[in-house]
Design a protein around this ligand. Structure first.
Ligand code: PRP
Length: 211
């Protein structure tokens, strides 16, 4: 049996369509239900629906052989997984944004960076050797500079409406983000016969499907 961790929400639905195009039964996943485990006996594949940020943990520990996760989630987790395929969905950008006043902070004061992604923010500013203070938040990141909690944010921008509606401006682009297929290192060897053909079918499905 091959176990695949999917991130609950929009990405899971997109991934379910990709796996369906590979001949895996995923119709149940597309239904709105509270079930978290879906098995397709015909292909011997089982899907686990987990919190998006938990996908790397399931795959790293081998509870799932494979998983679908955003590049942001993978970088933030920093776990040794094999990244096998860009699924070319869930596309967005990791950006730095501010109210346009961060240059007015007192000399010698570290740049206060609010983010859900402390590791990515740390890598970005580490490369620039900037003195920063990371303020880890869990959501509503755009609020932080508006109310003076931070000078800037490092966050995901998809449509750009949250940034716009809160009067922020993008000051730098950190990286492009999309969903990736990751595989557990041991599973790739132990279940190569099942994993390799599935990845080839997924590659073809990604090529022909609209995101
Ligand atoms: C994410 C992200 C931005 C927003 C970007 O937040 O952190 O706030 O989406 O999307 P947009 O560019 O299309 O407006 P999410 O919706 O996950 O909510 P959160 O505030 O709980 O993190």
């Amino acid at each position: 049996m091959l176990t695949i961790a999917l991130p609950k929400g929009r990405l899971a639905r997109h991934a379910a369509k990709l796996f369906a195009a590979c001949g895996v039964q995923t119709a149940d996943i597309l239904e709105d239900s509270r079930r978290l485990v879906f098995t397709d006996p015909a292909t011997d594949i089982r899907f686990l629906l987990v919190k998006p940020g938990d996908v790397p943990v399931y795959v790293h520990r081998g509870t799932a052989d494979m998983g679908v996760a955003g590049k942001d989630t993978l970088l933030e987790a920093g776990l040794p997984l094999y990244e096998m395929l860009d699924l070319r969905c869930g596309r967005c950008r990791m950006c730095v944004a501010s109210c346009g006043s961060e240059s007015g902070r007192p000399a010698g004061q570290a740049l206060r960076v609010a983010t859900k992604y402390p590791r990515i923010a740390g890598m970005y500013y580490g490369d620039r050797e900037e003195d920063i203070e990371i303020i880890k938040l869990h959501g509503s990141i755009e609020l932080a500079p508006v109310v003076g909690l931070s000078d800037v944010i490092v966050d995901i921008v998809e449509s750009g409406s949250t940034i716009r509606e809160n009067g922020l401006q993008i000051t730098a682009e950190v990286m492009d983000i999309s969903a990736r297929l990751v595989v557990n290192r041991v599973s790739l060897k132990a279940k190569r016969g099942q994993i390799t053909p599935l990845i080839e079918k997924l590659r073809e499905a990604v090529r022909t499907q609209e995101c």
